[in-house]
Design a protein around this ligand. Sequence first.
Ligand code: FS2
Ligand code: SF4
Length: 542
Amino acid sequence: MFCFQCQETAGCKGCTQVGVCGKKPEVAAMQDLLIYVTKGLSAVTTRLRAEGKKVSAQVNHLVTLNLFVTITNANFDREAIVARIRETLSVKQELLSRLDSKEGLPEAAGWNGDPSDFDAKAKGVGVLATENEDVRSLRELITYGLKGLAAYEKHANVLGGEDESIDAFVQSALSRLLDDSLTAEDLTALTLETGKYGVAGMALLGKANTGRYGNPELTKVSLGVCKNPAILISGHDLKDLEMLLEQTQGTGVDVYTHGEMLPAHYYPKFKKYANFVGNYGNAWWKQKEEFEQFNGPVLLTTNCLVPPKDSYKSRVFTTGAVGFPGCPHIDAAADGTKDFTPLIEMAKKCPAPTELEQGQIVGGFAHEQVFALADKVVEAVKSGAIRKFVVMAGCDGRMKSREYYTEFAKALPKDTVILTAGCAKYKYIKLQEELGDIGGIPRVLDAGQCNDSYSLALIALKLKEVFGLADVNELPIVYNIAWYEQKAVIVLLALLHLGVKNIHLGPTLPAFLSPNVAKVLVENFGIGGITNVEDDIRTMIG
Ligand code: FS2
Ligand code: SF4
């Protein structure tokens, strides 16, 4: 196997024996093949569009789900991935028959192997199949951006949000990744175009979320526990949460959020559920201890899943793109509904969660809430009470080096405000009391999930307008972003598309950036890494 798509890749080079995430070589092989056949399908759909023929939403959704399934910590179930490869091949065969011309299609478009061929084929279609280091780097940078974009699209799709132009781009980009005639310059342009569609994808999801659940608002989320048995829900899928809350009404079962589901509490629509009682625990990587102590069933709606311990494995349920052998998977019915009865019945027989902590988190500072406070914010900037905003969005992870972010937050001067989104927040969100506020504005403003980084970009654009600036980089905003998996890649490409420069990325730069590609990013966008808290505060804050 060879995989270097996430920040924790072995030795900062690549996982070759087994994934640091727990992905086994036989799963990695099927993920490589799933990406390959998805590219093949995309070459066919792109040709169909060129011939003026329609591609169904069903096919678009198949492509996005395939990409999502291969994101870090989403799916460890080889059989589930094999089933997706088979379905993709069968859909592709049907679509091939609708083409007027198959001339010039890439090999992947025609490949239609039997499951007994899958392992042999997978060996030749992974990351290392591209020999040129820079072309490989750009191809993977684009692929990972597309995976992140697909995840956000999938969440929008289940809420009825559709944008065919994004699907057409994703599929055309995937098919272009098969084209050996593309130069490094072509691929660099495609990378930037991916960022453009990343903005569109996050806007689509933002609209779908707020259209159904309202605009996030200032909210206090409890961190303690109640006496009832309960279900813990993790991941990013708000529709799954809505269905779970509906189905638990009147059952005596409470619902808590974990990890990236925390920001669901900020949406007005979810506040009407009396059994939606709080957030339990921290970011994804602490789940082994926290799921154990939760005592009840856990629903993983998206990554990040850590291979579960036997002691609580029978309580872990997966749905959507997530899968793990031996964990029950809740499938959607044809109309998209899901039946969570097995979790509810299990919860009734489980003890209530063990308390981990008490207290609260204050969040809900997505763009509309910040715009509502705009006068106060602008005044604080004008008076000098706020010297700088520090965007610390992104992902959390288990590496010790990430303690840097806690120390960085603590060491920031008192006239700075942290803007955060994503699970990166868990490194400092519980220090809110210690970090204090500036004239009533908390020094840590949480916009929401990682996709709500888009909301932070909207806040920056609004400030640019209010202050009458020509360039978003003239604002008193610095970016110190923590990354882990591929959704952070699309967030980064989206920020580059919006013209944001001088982003610091850590705790390490992606292993998939070749020295030449990294050089292009440094020279054109001022992308840099991190060093140590003291020096970085000096460089970023002055
Ligand atoms: Fe955190 Fe994991 Fe949000 Fe990532 S829970 S690293 O999926 O997308 O962020
Ligand atoms: Fe390694 Fe990350 Fe790939 Fe897992 S997702 S195999 S940890 S690079």
